[in-house]
Each structure stands twice: as C-alpha cells, then as structure tokens.
Write a protein that binds this ligand. Structure first.
Ligand code: TXA
Ligand code: MG
Length: 344
C-alpha cells in the first residue's frame, strides 16, 4: 500500500478513506494518532495490526463535539462537565463507564469503560466532523517505540501499512494526553497517565485528584493497560543524568572506557560544554525549560537512534517532577527503564 501525505486542503479525501474503513494518521496537539472509524470493527482491528499493539490495550475515542459521546455514555457527573468545559479541546482524556454494547470490545479491550478525548487541532477536528464518526486514535508509532511528533516519524514507522497521513508539522506538546479515570461515580478522579494537563491544573477545577499507585510504586499493576508495556524505547540504551549530581563528565568517561558510541540529549548549556567529547547530540531545550524538553524528548530519542554514528548509549537530562515535569519524567523513566547513570 502507498502511504499518501495529505496537505490540509485534502481533508475531504482523508475522510473518505476513514468512511471506507481505511487508516489515516492525524495530527493533534500532543502526538500524531492513528485514525480509523471507531464504529467499524474491521478498521479498528487493522489499527492494532499496523501498530503491532497487544489487543488488551484499549483505544481512545476521538470526538469533535461533546454530544458525539452521548451514544456511549449515559450521563455526565458535575465533575466531568466541568473538566470537559475547561480542558476540551485539549490534552485531557477522560474515562467513562459506557452503555453496555455501545462500543466494540475491540475498542475497549473488553472493559466496561472507554476513553474519550477532543483533540485541539483544527485539521483533525475538521477530519472527524467530515468523517461523521468518532475516530480511534492510538499514538501512530510502532508499538513500543516513542510516539510520533511529526508526520515523518509516522511515515518512518507505518509506511506501506496505512493509507495516509494528514500532515500538520510538529506537534506542540510532544507527549501524550493526561488520562483521567472518572469511571467510579462515587470515587475521586484518578490520573492513570500524566500529561500536559497537570494534577495542579485539574485540582484547581475539581478539587482533590488521585494518582494511580502504579505510577508511584514500581510493582503495582497499572490501571491504564497501556502503561504496563515497555514503551518509548529506542534501540540504544538510555540513561538519565540526575539533576543533583549533573555527572555528565563521569558518564561520558565511563562510556568511552566501554567504547560505546555516545549520544547526548540535553539543554544548550550542557551540549556546549560536552559536544566535542561525544558522537552525536540533539538539542532538548534552548533555555533549560521543561516545556521545551517535553516537546523534543521523543523526537530526540528517535533522532539519536537513527543517527549514522550508531549511538549505543544516550544520556538524557532530567527535570524536577512537578507540574509538566511529572509527565516528562514518566516518559523518560520508561525509555530509560528507570536507569540513572551511576558512577562505577
Ligand atoms: O495524546 C494522546 O492521548 C494520543 C493522541 C493521538 O490522542 N493518543 C494516545 O493513545 O496516546 P494510546 O492508545 O497510545 O494511549 C491510550 C492510553 C493507553 O495507555 C490505554 O491503556 C489507556 O489510554 N486507556 C484507553 N482506554 C482505557 C480505559 N477504558 N481504561 C483505562 N485506560 C485506558
Ligand atoms: Mg501510545
């Protein structure tokens, strides 16, 4: 199959493919998604196949207006209404209990709940409206790889496997939406995956919000099935450099002794100090801001992994875990398999 790149004037063409049961990747403010008609079981199955995704990992249903959820969800709590009004369209996914049988178990992974999100991207909102159906949209990467933040990343992973990609340049946020579980009507909202809508921002609107224990304790089973899989992992090994130790020099010396090809993913100031000593670099942030680093993390991991010098170890800068830093560090720790560089 030839994978077409659709410019923005080709939304109608992309929508026709969706209606015919085909797969089109779409841009969002977070990462690119792999779109298919959520009401077409055959199309949804192809999404799992194209990504190589385990079938027990449910998909997010993307909608362009709140009313589009009503066939699936009975009634919204006051909290849900406030969250949708405040954060949609935007990088927040909400989990609701669904009407029995209203969505295919291929979408829900057999759960009695489903995830919904209204992405903040005008082209994709137009694509959903034009298609006339909600779209499933897992991140448009091969399962296990870093999520795609450009159409080129999608093309790299899925060319030949999907009909097309709606190109809208680089995504703004750079990592996936916050997933918030609202499925217990008596209970408090629970963050299953941290993202650009932070715990602090959610609490300012609805009061106390919990964090899934798994995100804190290593051996707890995660409530979002996707969080249990190996993720965001390039082929090279990834090691984090602690903010307190800032032991970049020791890390480089150690890797040289092992004769490893070295990549650095760090802020301008770090690269300026160490770039002469390493094989490849990628600028994570100009000014050392976590917002910049979040936008570049996945792109940087992919870049260094593809570099001609065949990087074997990537040392990556870390940030404080509050606010957006919680999401950045969650993804980086997964990519690094929790590993900080330690002096030997
Ligand atoms: O930003 C995003 O959310 C992107 C863009 C494309 O919208 N999409 C995305 O989808 O990241 P995906 O499939 O890569 O991640 C969805 C996450 C997975 O961890 C999945 O297990 C979880 O949401 N999830 C989906 N439905 C769920 C449910 N009913 N209960 C708990 N977790 C659920
Ligand atoms: Mg994903």
């Amino acid at each position: 199959m030839d994978t077409k790149i659709f410019e923005e004037n080709k939304i109608a063409e992309a929508a026709e493919i969706i209606q015919a049961g085909g797969l089109v990747a779409f841009p969002t403010e977070t990462v690119y998604g792999l779109g298919a008609d959520a009401t077409n079981e055959r199309a949804v199955k192809q999404v799992y196949a194209a990504k190589g995704r385990p079938s027990d990992n449910p998909l997010i249903v993307h909608i362009a207006q709140i009313q589009a959820i009503s066939p699936y969800v009975d009634n919204f709590s006051e909290i849900a209404v406030k969250l949708m009004d405040t954060f949609w369209p935007g990088p927040l996914t909400l989990i609701f209990p669904i009407k029995e049988g209203s969505l295919s178990s291929v979408v829900t992974g057999g759960l009695s709940t489903a995830a919904f999100r209204m992405p903040n991207n005008t082209k994709t909102l137009a694509l959903i409206k034009e298609s006339g159906v909600p779209l499933v949209g897992p991140s448009a990467n091969t399962s296990g790889k870093p999520s795609p933040t450009t159409a080129e990343h999608v093309f790299h992973d899925l060319k030949g496997k999907i009909a097309g990609i709606l190109d809208d340049g680089k995504t703004v946020v750079g990592l996936e939406s916050t997933v918030l579980d609202l499925s217990d009507p008596e209970g408090l909202p629970v963050i299953l995956r941290p993202g650009a809508v932070t715990k602090e921002q959610l609490e300012a609107v609805v009061g106390t919000v919990l964090i899934d224990q798994h995100l804190i304790e290593e051996n707890e089973a995660p409530k979002a099935p996707g969080m249990k899989y190996k993720h965001y992992a390039p082929n090279a090994q990834v090691q984090m450099i602690s903010r307190e130790k800032r032991n970049w020099q020791e890390a480089i010396d150690w890797a040289k002794k092992q004769q490893l090809v070295i990549g650095l993913l760090a802020s301008r100031s770090v690269l300026e100090t160490f770039e002469e000593q390493v094989d490849a670099t990628y600028l994570l942030s100009e000014q050392g801001l976590v917002e910049e680093a979040t936008q570049e993390l996945f792109a940087g991991l992919r870049f260094l992994d593809e570099d001609a010098s065949q990087v074997a170890v990537i040392f990556v800068e870390t940030f404080s875990e509050d606010g957006l830093g919680a999401a950045y560090m969650n993804r980086l720790k997964k990519a690094a398999n929790q590993k900080y560089f330690e002096e030997q």
